[in-house]
Design a protein around this ligand. Structure first.
Ligand SMILES: [Zn+2]
Ligand SMILES: [Zn+2]
Length: 388
C-alpha cells in the first residue's frame, strides 16, 4: 500500500505548516511560538493537548474508535540550530541567528499531518501519543521529558522516532536492528605542572611533553581496547597552553569528544581516558585531572520493533525500499533516552541528494517537502497496524 490517499490530499497543508515553521526557528527549550503553533493545530484536530512538559514540549492524546489498553508514542523534535541561514527563498528564517538546518520543521509537519489524518479516521484500537520534544540539538530535551514523567503520565508500550536523511534516495528508508546512532561524550584533561624559564627546564615540571604523551596514549584506546568490529572514536580537539615561547607553562588543558555504539565500549573509553591521563602524568611526577562529560547515550532500536518498522516502511514505500544494512551514524540523538525506557525504533527517511553544502547542519540545507506525505503515511500506518 503506497501513500495514504487522504494524506496525499493534505500535503499542501503540511508544506504550508513546514514552511511557516521554517521562518520561525527557535533554539532548545525556547520553542515558544513553535509550541503554540503545534498546540493550536492539535486542538483544531480535536486532539487533547498537554503543554509545558520539559518547558516547551507537548503531548497530544488521541483515542481510537475502538477501546483498547495498547498505546504507542510517536516523537518529533522541534528545535533549530544557532546558525545564520544562507538560503534566499521566501520562507527563509526571519531572524539571522537561528535556522532549521536539521529538518525538525519537517518532522513537526509530518507528525501533524499524521495527527490530522488519524483524528479524522480514528481507525485504531487504544491510544496514540503525539510527542513533540524540545531541545534535541545538544540540550537533551528527550531526557528532560523522560525525567518529568513522560512515560508515567502517558503510559505506552512502545515509542517511535524518525529523522529525514539526505543522501538516502526519496522513497527509501533505512532501519537498523540495534545501534543507529552513537553516544556522544566529552572530556577535559588538565595536566598540572610547574612553569618556569624555558632555558632552565630542570627547575620546572613541564606539562607540555606529558600532554603530548597523553595524546599519543589516547590514540591506542580504540585500536587496542575496542572490539575491531565495533565503531568508536576518540578525538582530542582542543589544546591550550602557554603564553610565550621562552616560558614553560604551569598547565596544559585538552578537550575532546568520544563516540561509541555500545555501553560497554563507552565505559571502557571513559576508564581508559582517566587511566592513561592520570598515570602518564604520574610517571613524570605530575598530576592530571580528568572531567568526563556524559552526553547522549547510543540510540539502539529493539529487534522486534525494528522489524515492525521495516514492514510498515515497505508497505508505504514499496518492496525493496528499506535499507537494512546501512552503517549506523557516529552522530548522536537524544531519542536514545526514550529508547532506554521503552522498546521502539528510530528510522531514517530518505530525503534525496541535495548536493554538497546542503546536507544536515549546513547553512543552505532545506527539508525536502516531497517526503512529507511519506513520513505522515508511515506514522499513520504504524498506528493503524500496531493498534489494530
Ligand atoms: Zn541536527
Ligand atoms: Zn535532527
Amino acid at each position: 500500500m503506497p501513500i495514504i490517499n487522504s494524506i496525499s490530499n493534505i500535503k499542501k497543508d503540511m508544506q504550508e505548516w513546514r514552511r511557516y515553521l521554517h521562518t520561525i526557528p527557535e533554539l532548545g527549550f525556547e520553542e515558544n511560538k513553535t509550541s503554540e503553533f503545534i498546540s493550536k493545530k492539535l486542538s483544531d484536530f480535536g486532539i487533547e493537548v498537554h503543554q509545558n512538559i520539559a518547558k516547551t514540549g507537548i503531548v497530544g492524546v488521541l483515542h481510537g474508535t475502538k477501546p483498547g489498553a495498547t498505546a504507542i508514542g510517536l516523537r518529533a523534535d522541534m528545535d533549530a540550530l544557532e546558525m545564520p541561514e544562507e538560503n534566499h527563498f521566501e520562507y527563509k528564517s526571519l531572524n539571522n541567528r537561528n535556522m532549521h538546518a536539521c529538518g525538525h520543521d519537517g518532522h513537526i509537519a509530518m507528525l501533524l499531518g499524521a495527527a490530522k489524518y488519524l483524528s479524522e479516521t480514528k481507525n485504531f484500537k487504544g491510544t496514540v501519543y503525539f510527542i513533540f520534544q524540545p531541545a534535541e540539538e545538544g540540550l537533551g530535551g528527550g531526557k528532560v521529558m523522560v525525567d518529568e514523567g513522560l512515560f508515567k503520565k502517558f503510559p505506552m508500550q512502545t515509542v517511535w522516532g524518525m529523522h529525514n536523511w539526505p543522501g538516502l534516495e526519496v522513497g527509501k528508508a533505512a532501519v537498523h536492528s540495534g545501534p543507529v546512532m552513537a553516544s556522544a561524550d566529552g572530556f577535559k584533561i588538565t595536566v598540572l605542572g610547574k612553569g618556569g624559564h624555558a632555558a632552565i627546564p630542570q627547575l620546572a615540571s613541564d606539562p607540555v611533553p606529558v600532554a603530548a604523551s597523553i595524546i599519543s596514549g589516547l590514540q591506542t584506546l580504540v585500536s587496542r581496547n575496542i572490539d575491531p568490529v565495533n565503531s568508536a572514536v576518540v578525538s582530542v580537539t582542543v589544546i591550550k597552553a602557554g603564553t610565550a615561547s621562552n616560558v614553560i607553562p604551569d598547565q596544559v588543558l585538552m578537550e575532546g569528544t568520544c563516540r561509541s555504539m555500545h555501553q560497554e565500549d563507552r565505559i571502557k573509553l571513559e576508564q581508559g581516558i582517566k587511566n592513561i591521563s592520570i598515570n602518564i602524568a604520574k610517571a613524570s611526577g605530575l598530576e592530571a585531572k580528568v572531567d568526563y562529560i556524559s552526553g547522549y547515550p547510543a540510540t539502539h532500536n529493539t529487534l522486534q520493533e525494528a522489524s515492525e518498522a521495516s514492514v510498515i516502511a515497505e508497505e508505504v514505500l514499496g518492496i525493496d525500499s528499506v535499507e537494512k544494512s546501512m552503517p549506523p551514524s557516529m552522530a548522536s540523538e537524544d531519542f536514545s533516552y526514550m529508547l532506554q525506557e521503552k522498546p521502539g525504533a528510530y528510522i531514517w527517511l530518505g530525503a534525496g541528494n541535495p548536493g554538497p553544502g546542503k546536507m544536515l547542519h549546513n547553512s543552505r540545507y532545506d527539508f525536502n517537502d516531497e517526503i512529507l506525505p511519506l513520513g505522515a503515511s508511515y506514522w499513520s500506518r504504524l498506528v493503524e497496524s500496531k493498534l489494530s
